[in-house]
Design a protein around this ligand. Structure first.
Ligand SMILES: [Fe+2]
Length: 249
């Protein structure tokens, strides 16, 4: 187990999710939400040990190129086709504290908007050198970084002519199963964001803006790749804070 493994001894239940900030489960303009959303009122349950502890991940589980989607499916000497980008940011909790040792998994369409999946039906071609998924673990500051190509937008069978904006899917495991978050990152300046029926299920415009990664020229690698910055906030804990400085410091 490496230094970055999740060994933080913090305990305590998590803040409840703010349901006015997140998209509601039932949003008929996003057609498949009708069948997938709960039919009965939700019940609140207290956090138990299984929600507030674990999962635990270490860098030992990562492959060498898990954080490089340009190369991790490519033949030797070749690379994925598309706009080369770096996605980076920090995973924080609701108090602004970094979440080290968090497992991030990400998946996306290729530069033409096509997923490598047996049920994918979009006519855009597969890229033989692009698989479309990867993973990494946050460092001691909650920071993460991976390299990929910018995904293309794609049409989907919802309304008569709906298109998804370019996006990367994220799954994040924090310090407890109650922190699990599945989300999507969008790209600054994409006009499809504000036309997307899935994005539109989010009630607060400020919440949508937090899903849009700005172009980050400061971290761009000249003549190689542009950078986009995407911070992720997981549920925080309710535990009382004792963050006073020690006497004499
Ligand atoms: Fe997608």
């Amino acid at each position: 187990m490496s230094d970055m493994s999740n060994t933080k001894p913090e305990t305590g239940a998590f803040f409840p999710r703010d349901r006015a900030w997140h998209a509601p489960a039932l949003t008929p303009t996003y057609k498949t939400s009708v069948l997938r959303s709960p039919q009965k009122a939700l019940l609140a349950l207290d956090n138990t040990l299984s929600e507030i502890t674990g999962p635990v991940f270490g860098h030992g589980m990562l492959g060498e190129q898990d954080d490089d989607l340009i190369l991790n499916f490519a033949k030797p000497g070749e690379s994925a086709i598309g706009e080369r980008i770096i996605v980076h940011g920090r995973v924080l909790d609701e108090r602004g504290c970094p979440v080290p040792g968090a497992l991030l998994e990400f998946w996306q369409a290729n530069a033409g908007g096509r997923y490598r999946h047996k049920k994918e039906s979009y006519l855009a071609p597969l890229d033989p050198n692009f698989g479309g998924c990867g993973r990494t673990i946050t460092d001691a500051d909650g920071a993460y970084r991976f390299r990929t190509i910018k995904p293309g937008p794609y049409p989907w069978p919802n309304g008569p002519n709906d298109w998804r904006p370019a996006h990367i899917h994220f799954s994040v495991f924090g310090h407890g199963f109650a922190q699990r978050l599945i989300t999507q990152m969008y790209f600054e300046g994409d006009p499809l964001i504000w036309r997307c029926p899935i994005v539109s299920t989010i009630p607060d415009r400020r919440a949508i803006e937090l899903l849009i990664a700005p172009l980050d020229m400061a971290n761009t690698i000249p003549m190689d790749a542009r950078a986009y910055k995407f911070d992720i906030v997981l549920r925080g804990r309710r535990s009382t804070l004792f963050e006073n400085r020690l006497e004499g410091n």
